[in-house]
Structures are given as C-alpha cells and as structure tokens.
Design a protein around this ligand. Structure first.
Ligand SMILES: *Cc1c(COP(=O)(O)O)cnc(C)c1O
Length: 402
C-alpha cells in the first residue's frame, strides 16, 4: 500500500504517544476533498455529487463534503439526517433513501422539507401520501426501481435478484400509474442503484443506459410525466488490493456526457451518491501485534484490535492492504516467534476464530515481530460505524483526525 510519508510519521508518533497501547483510526480527508473537486470538474454539468453518509458518518467527513462543495447528503435514517444538519447542510440538500423508513422518519422528512424522498415500495408511497395529506403538504419523490439485470464483478449487487431495495422493474411498470395518482406525492424521477464496489466503468454505464431507456419508456406512456431527476446511486469501486484496476472517473464522465447528449437529456439533473469512492482512502485502521505463535505449522498473528474494530474485511471476506511498521521492541523471551516471508493468519483478540480476522484471506508477510504496528488501509469507508464495537467489551478505537 502506498503510504504517504506524512501519514506514516503521524501514525508512528500517535502509536508511540497518545495512542500507545490502543488501536485507533486515523482520518485524513484531503483525498476525499480532492476527489470531490475532481468529480465536479470532470462530470457533465447536469451531474450533482452527493455524499452517501453511511460510508463514514464522522463529522470530519461531513465537513469535508460540505467544504469541498458536494451538492448534498444521501441519508438512510433520521439519525443520519440529524448528523448532516449538525454539519451545516440544509434540509433541502438531503436525499432520503432506504427500505423500511419508519412513520416517524417520514413525518420528520415531510415537516422539514427534505429535497427528495426515495420511495422503495408501494406501501411507502401510500404511507408517505397519508402523512403529507394530514399536514396539507406535497413531497417531491423519486421512485427507486430494482432493475432486472445483473452487474458482474460487483462486490454487492442490488439488481437482477429478489431485493428489499426499490420496486421490481416489471412491477414498477404496473404500479407507476397508482403512484402518480397519489395527490400529495410529486414524482420527480427515478433512482436506480444497481451495485456497489464496481470497478468496471462499463457496468455502471450500462446501468445509466437502462435507466435512460426506462425514463424514455415511461415518459412515452404518461404524457405529463418527466423524469427531471435521475439518480444513479453510488457504486464507484475502490481497488482495495491495488491491482491497478481503478475505477476510471474520466471515462465514466465522458461516456455519460455522450449518453446525456444522445438521449437529449440535457435539461435533466443527475445524481451520484458516492460513499466508498469518496471516503475509503481517507482513513486507516491502526493496531499492534500482541502475539505471534505457531499452530499446526502456520503462524497466527494476534493483534490488539480485530473485527470488532474493523469488521468490513471479515463481513465481505476480502483483504485490505496491510503495512507493518517495525518497532524493534525488546523480546519478551528469547525463543519468541516472529514472521519472515510467510503466509500467516492475522486476527484480533476475540474469542471467535473464523469471524475475527483482519485479513480473512490470510496474508503473505515479509517481516513481523511482536510489538510492531499493523496498518490496515482503505479503512475510511464502512469502518468504525459498520463494526460490532461492543463485542467482548474491549475499548472502542479512537478516531483521530490528521
Ligand atoms: C450505501 C448507499 C450509497 C453509497 O454506496 P457506495 O457503494 O459506498 O458508493 C449510495 N446510495 C444508497 C441508496 C446507498 O444505500
């Protein structure tokens, strides 16, 4: 993993100083700010960049999104909405997505005038309409559609299968008329988020193409209907293992521009709600090696922190890049184990073997000794807040800002 010298220095000084004897996250959101600036420069003028808050809800990430000029925030709960407001976003900069929005959440949304509520089912459409009716309000909505095609190679798919997200494309065609007839809902367009963690630009462009076709189809069928807003969701991937297969924003932007022009959609707004792509490389998880032992011929590297602090690798069964910084600590006893050019298991202290790994695929390690610092990269997205922090009642890691 490429580790900038200033990050490495900072980690070392924290690990030897105020964070000694602890595990922690380090956040430096300069990469996130740079990515937002780049996207704003490259994307067609009709595209708005929103930050998908769940990727990292820490105030520093929200502040960065705001300062870097993100158009707004995508939330999936009232709690997330309150964090966005606390960070200085306004209610009309908030998109509310996600299945199973509670009545209280919908009331909060309507009373505060959120930008759009993204309808995930027919029930939700009716529930929201009733809430609006009682309050004499009308709410702008997008309808989320579960597309009936598959995106290959994505880490997580929201398409081509039974899904709790959105309304199946085929059902959508039948029920759109009913939704349009609800007097307190103002249909603004479509939301189709097909997959997360996509590295192949063409796969996400295929999603755009299909949504454009669907927009055209329904606009042909309902005379007064126009999809003023088309939301492509998130999904720009991160090349976690640094294979060189980065998602190409340049190609995506150029091809999307062509598509907008060829469909004559220059008068529409397009939404990207990006989480992982913006946040992942702005954070690191840092722990240290407490023990190394040999078990049935394989080394077990046991760290102070484990999946309770950083659950994502185990939850998705993927490795993140690892860096070990030697600390040359005095030996505890002469014959203690170390690692040299070996394929090892790396996990934490939880009394739970298979579910407590920091590198679930195992890892080839050049050198490691007890007391060394272990850094797990790309931990800025789906890190701290996605972890089961209270399991085994270890201390929570601090989140340190660079
Ligand atoms: C999680 C989520 C996102 C962000 O997804 P990434 O893959 O991190 O970009 C965007 N939109 C919705 C509706 C989401 O649930």
């Amino acid at each position: 993993m490429k580790l900038c010298p200033d990050i490495k220095d900072k980690i070392q000084s924290l690990a030897r100083g105020e964070q000694a004897g602890k595990s922690f996250y380090l956040y430096d959101t300069r990469p996130m700010a740079a990515k937002i600036a780049e996207l704003k420069k490259l994307m067609p003028a009709q595209v708005d960049i929103y930050y998908a808050l769940k990727a990292n809800p820490h105030a520093e990430f929200l502040k960065t999104a705001k300062d870097a000029g993100a158009k707004g925030i995508e939330i999936a709960s009232k709690g997330e909405g309150e964090k966005a407001i606390a960070a200085g976003f306004t209610y009309d900069q908030i998109l509310f997505t996600g299945p199973g929005k509670s009545e209280a959440e919908l009331i909060w949304s309507v009373e505060n005038g959120l930008h759009t509520i993204h309808i995930e089912s027919l029930t939700e459409a009716h529930r929201l309409n009733q809430i609006c009716e009682k309050r004499g309000k009308t709410q702008d909505i997008l309808v989320r559609v579960n597309p009936n095609f598959d995106i290959h190679g994505a880490q997580t798919k929201f398409s081509g299968d039974s899904s709790k997200f959105g309304i199946d494309e085929d059902i959508f065609r039948n029920v759109l008329g009913d939704i349009l007839a609800l007097p307190h809902l103002n249909f603004k367009g479509l939301h189709v988020y097909a997959a997360s963690g996509v590295l192949q630009v063409e796969d996400l462009l295929e999603n755009c193409r299909r949504v454009f076709n669907l927009a055209r189809e329904i606009e042909g069928k309902y005379k007064d209907l126009q999809c003023d807003i088309i939301d492509f969701g998130g999904g720009f991937g991160i090349d976690y293992m640094e294979t060189g297969a980065d998602f190409s924003v340049e190609i995506y932007a150029a091809e999307l521009q062509k598509m907008i022009d060829s469909y004559g959609f220059q008068d529409r707004r397009f939404v990207l709600e990006l989480g992982r792509y913006l946040a992942a490389d702005s954070g690191w998880y840092i722990t240290d090696i407490l023990d190394i032992k040999n078990s049935l011929g394989k080394k077990q590297v046991i760290c102070r922190g484990g999946s309770h602090h950083f659950r994502r690798p185990v939850a998705l069964n993927i490795n993140h890049p690892l860096v070990i910084i030697p600390q040359n600590k005095p030996k505890i006893f002469e014959a203690q184990e170390s690692v040299k050019d070996e394929f090892v298991y790396i996990g934490g202290p939880l009394c739970n073997g298979s579910a407590d790994k920091l590198a679930p695929k195992g890892a080839q390690i050049k050198e490691a000794n007890i007391g060394d610092i272990l850094i797990v990269g790309y931990a800025g997205a789906y890190g701290y807040s996605m972890s089961h922090l209270d399991f085994l009642s270890h201390p929570h890691p601090d989140e340190v800002i660079f």
